[in-house]
Design a protein around this ligand. Structure first.
Ligand SMILES: NC(=O)c1ccc[n+]([C@@H]2O[C@H](COP(=O)([O-])OP(=O)(O)OC[C@H]3O[C@@H](n4cnc5c(N)ncnc54)[C@H](OP(=O)(O)O)[C@@H]3O)[C@@H](O)[C@H]2O)c1
Length: 229
């Protein structure tokens, strides 16, 4: 089964609907967005992943229905500000959600995976870890942190049938990549992408399926960025 954080919109929602169409059991989480979830609401859990206690309670409440677990850590936020002007609370919040919140989920799910001898964890990172733009210090730091976390956890758990990988996304046609960028800036970004286009969500979905199927790919990050290197 597949457990997707941040499944209320953007890529997480896309992956939820497509894995469900594939006939898999899928659980999703939302934090504030419920629009468009109606038909799937019984498979959704409200959670702020930065709240460790709430994450523990949620996983405890569903753990008996979790097996062959694939955890897709899609939940994330961004905050745009030059560092010297940054609001420290908003800066911290990005780390709390993107890095610590992802760890909170993994921390609760790993014991189940280890006991079952199977698990797949995929952390959604970003091209900004290697190709930053001005104003993304919190986001880039949080996503770079995920890459270190990914490698460390892969080493700890590889002998238990568990893989931990990351996907470094460039600019995807849905979600924050394109929605949070002003239209005028979008054309400039597209011009810099050697592929000459933004990423189709299906290309992310295909990569997730590959990582689920391929146990020997472990502790690494796959770039999906149209050669934006
Ligand atoms: N789209 C891209 O081009 C792109 C590029 C690089 C990296 N990424 C990464 O890919 C992942 C998915 O991105 P996206 O574009 O789909 O983003 P999105 O459309 O903005 O969706 C973000 C999701 O994260 C959830 N979320 C936010 N804060 C949360 C919290 N405290 N606790 C639990 N859930 C929370 C949101 O839930 P609510 O709306 O319910 O609050 C939402 O479901 C993110 O990690 C993002 O950093 C995306």
């Amino acid at each position: 089964m597949i457990l997707i954080t941040g499944a209320s919109k953007g890529l997480g929602r896309y992956l939820f609907t497509h894995f469900k169409q594939d006939g898999l059991i899928v659980f999703g989480t939302f934090n504030s967005t419920t629009e468009g979830l109606d038909e799937d609401m019984s498979s959704y859990y409200k959670i702020d992943i930065s709240d460790n206690k709430a994450v523990e309670e949620m996983i405890t409440s569903i753990k008996d229905s979790l097996s062959q677990i694939v955890l897709l850590n899609c939940a994330g936020i961004s905050y745009n500000s030059f560092a010297h002007k940054a609001d420290i609370k908003q800066w911290d919040r990005v780390i709390d959600v993107n890095l610590k919140g992802t760890f909170n989920m993994i921390h609760q799910v790993l014991p189940l995976m280890r006991a079952q001898g199977y698990g797949r964890i995929i952390n959604f990172s970003s091209v900004v870890t290697s190709l930053p733009t001005p104003g993304v210090s919190a986001y880039a730091a949080s996503k770079a942190g995920l890459l270190g976390l990914t490698k460390s956890l892969a080493m700890e758990n590889a002998s238990k049938g568990i893989t931990v990988n990351a996907i470094n996304l460039g600019y995807v046609k849905i979600g924050m990549g394109v929605n949070d960028v002003p239209a005028s800036y979008l054309e400039r970004i597209k011009a810099q992408i050697p592929a000459g286009r933004f990423c189709e969500p299906e290309e992310v979905y295909n990569t997730v399926k590959y990582l689920i199927q391929t146990e020997y790919v472990n502790g690494t990050a796959i770039d999906i960025n149209g050669a934006l290197i």
